[in-house]
Each structure stands twice: as structure tokens, then as C-alpha cells.
Design a protein around this ligand. Structure first.
Ligand code: SF4
Ligand code: SF4
Length: 80
């Protein structure tokens, strides 16, 4: 189970793909269609990603529109 996730502000993102290149695990891909008329692709996490929330992608984003965070592990503990 992924320990982290990223939140991308698609109102700002320009689909440059720098974050995709930056992820050392290749968990991001340019596969999301936006609402713009140019049919550009925007980044999103792969379906079976294992994002760690390391923040490397966020540090590389020139528009600072991607936020990485670690999931609260307490929430993942099943109720007994
Ligand atoms: S936070 Fe780290 S593991 Fe997750 S997508 Fe970004 S670079 Fe990859
Ligand atoms: S680096 Fe930033 S602007 Fe470029 S695709 Fe990723 S989130 Fe969007």
C-alpha cells in the first residue's frame, strides 16, 4: 500500500512533465486529460503506484503546484 500521495493543482499545472521525470520510482505519468482545448496531458499517479510522499517531484515543479504528503499511517490500521 502506498505510504504517500501527491496533490496536483490542475488550475496551475502546465503539463510540462518535469515531475514525471523527477520521480525516482516512475510513479507519475502524463495520462490525465485536462479541460483545455489543446488536449494536453497532465500528470497523475499510476493506478498501482507506491508513492512514498518523498516530495522530490514537488521540489522540481517550476510552478510549485504539486504537493506531496505522507499518509497518516494511523488511518491505515484496520479496526478490530
Ligand atoms: S512524492 Fe516521491 S514517490 Fe511520490 S510521486 Fe513524488 S517523487 Fe514519486
Ligand atoms: S512539474 Fe508541475 S507544472 Fe510540470 S507537469 Fe508536474 S505538476 Fe505540472
Amino acid at each position: 500500500m502506498a505510504r504517500g500521495e501527491v496533490i496536483i493543482d490542475y488550475q496551475i499545472c502546465m503539463g510540462c512533465g518535469i515531475c514525471v521525470q523527477a520521480c525516482p520510482f516512475s510513479y507519475l505519468e502524463l495520462s490525465r486529460y485536462g479541460n483545455d482545448p489543446y488536449k494536453r496531458l497532465y500528470p497523475e499517479l499510476e493506478a498501482d503506484h507506491g508513492c512514498t510522499g518523498c516530495g522530490i517531484c514537488a521540489k522540481e515543479c517550476p510552478l510549485e503546484c504539486i504537493t506531496a504528503r505522507k499518509k497518516d499511517e494511523k488511518k491505515d490500521v484496520p479496526l478490530s
